[in-house]
Ligand binder design. Structure first.
Ligand code: ADP
Ligand code: ASP
Ligand code: MG
Length: 412
């Protein structure tokens, strides 16, 4: 029988009633003749709660124990979903990541999927099981310890299963009815896209649009998985949603496809470091070793052989970054006067494949921010995106202003 992957996010399994509603959708696809692999997230808010426990217990936590704690939310929903399906007379059982086994690297808290051998689950399908409910977000490292795939990782579990099992489609059920030109919670003018190109979705996701985890889009692109985002609250049979597809399959598109934001950014500046060959390596080497995800980097003008080095990283990695820099200073690898952390910044980005062939996007972006009196602290660009770091208190205003400036509410 053809296989379908259906993933339900946290809000879609937030209560027993919602699990029942999701299970009904699954039951409908079983009746349509599919064997279904259901990937579930933890109940809404559950993972945040677990992360909070870990951080309160141990601020510079051991990531292996972090994974042991935060993976538990998905264990609960997988079991509850399987029970709900059984109550509906649908033959189903739950699978934890290690039972599949979903094999990952040992990069705890941000592990990458290495392999999903399909044999165990296929054998059960052959014996008449119709639904495999798999706990999303979790896997098992080579040393048999539990791993997690980074926040939002159930999307990646879903796409990886779709690729491993040659599924006909991977449907991501969430609390919005598709991918929008920007987060519909921030701009009421946001417009749902019927289709979005893989590359644009990849940029939007990596720049903060959490509707899909970045890695899930990468995998879908690489393995040509038919990936759809749709609402678990809409009418059953309303299959509208958004299809993430190849650029060639999109008829109309604006120069800018969407606006993304990331709230949890911190700007860190090392004041007065020696401006000498190798200084960047001496700073960013230890940061990488400490697991700090450095994003933007600016080296300021140098005076008398000293310079300031600014970089951004997620707010929750500030303590890690500070510890790594202090250690490098104590070891005599770098010397700086001070390390200043500004945790009140946000990143706002515009993304669009059309930027490859259209000039003037950056100018328009900067003018729109100027008109709102928003100061830009750091700028970075790539072929299809422009990002700026601004004060967090202007983040929503900036997103709305950019959405208006590029007229994203209209189809080109
Ligand atoms: P789930 O729990 O189902 O995985 P998430 O909260 O991870 O759901 O992702 C869905 C959320 O992503 C939406 O509620 C919305 O606020 C947010 N979002 C951000 N950017 C976008 C966008 N461009 N289109 C749609 N949703 C977006
Ligand atoms: N529950 C995990 C998280 O909140 C994984 C997911 O929902 O995708 O990050
Ligand atoms: Mg998510």
């Amino acid at each position: 029988m053809p296989i379908l992957v259906m993933k339900f996010g946290g809000t879609s399994v937030a209560t027993l009633d919602r699990i029942r509603r999701a299970a009904k959708r699954v039951g409908r696809e079983v009746a349509n003749g599919y064997d279904v692999i259901v990937i579930v997230s933890a109940m809404a808010g559950e993972t945040n709660k677990l992360v909070g426990y870990v951080e309160e217990t141990s601020p510079l936590f051991d990531a292996r124990e972090y994974d042991a704690v935060v993976s538990s939310g998905e264990q609960v929903t997988a079991g509850l979903m399987a029970l709900t399906l059984q109550e509906m007379d649908v033959p189903a059982r739950s699978w934890q990541g290690w039972q599949v086994p979903l094999k990952t690297t040992d990069a705890h808290a941000a592990a990458r999927i290495e392999e999903i051998p399909p044999a165990n689950i296929l054998a059960k399908f052959e014996q008449g099981m119709r639904v495999a409910v798999v706990a999303g977000f979790q896997g098992i490292a080579p040393d048999n310890r539990i791993t997690t795939l980074g926040r939002g990782g159930s999307d990646t579990t879903a796409v990886a299963f779709a690729a491993a099992f040659g599924a006909e489609r991977c449907d991501i059920y969430t609390d919005v009815d598709g991918v929008y030109t920007t987060d519909p919670r921030i701009s009421e003018n946001a417009r749902k896209l019927d289709r979005i190109a893989f590359e644009e979705m990849l940029e939007l996701a990596s720049l903060g649009a959490k509707v899909l985890q970045t890695r899930s889009v990468e995998l879908a692109m690489r393995y040509k998985v038919k990936l759809r985002v749709l609402s678990s609250f809409g009418e059953m049979g309303d299959d509208a949603g958004t299809l993430v597809c190849d650029e060639e399959d999109i008829v109309e598109s604006n120069v800018v496809a969407g606006v993304a934001y990331s709230r949890d950014e911190a700007k860190m500046t090392l004041i007065s470091v020696a401006d000498r060959p190798g200084i960047a390596a001496a700073i960013f080497g230890p940061l990488a070793e400490a697991g700090v995800n450095v994003d933007m980097i600016v080296q300021n003008i140098s005076e008398e052989g000293r310079t300031d080095m600014t970089f951004s990283c997620p707010t929750n990695q500030v303590a890690r970054a500070e510890a790594a820099m202090k250690k490098a200073k104590e070891a005599g690898e770098i010397n700086f006067h001070d390390l200043v952390a500004d945790t009140g910044v946000a990143k706002v980005s515009v993304v669009g494949i059309g930027m490859r062939s259209h000039a003037g996007v950056a100018a328009k972006m900067f003018q729109a921010l100027r008109d709102e009196g928003i100061n830009i602290k750091v700028i970075t660009t790539s072929e299809i995106k422009i990002s700026v770091l601004i004060d967090r208190k202007y983040m929503e205003l900036a997103v709305q202003a950019l959405h208006d400036a590029f007229e994203l509410e209209k189809v080109a």
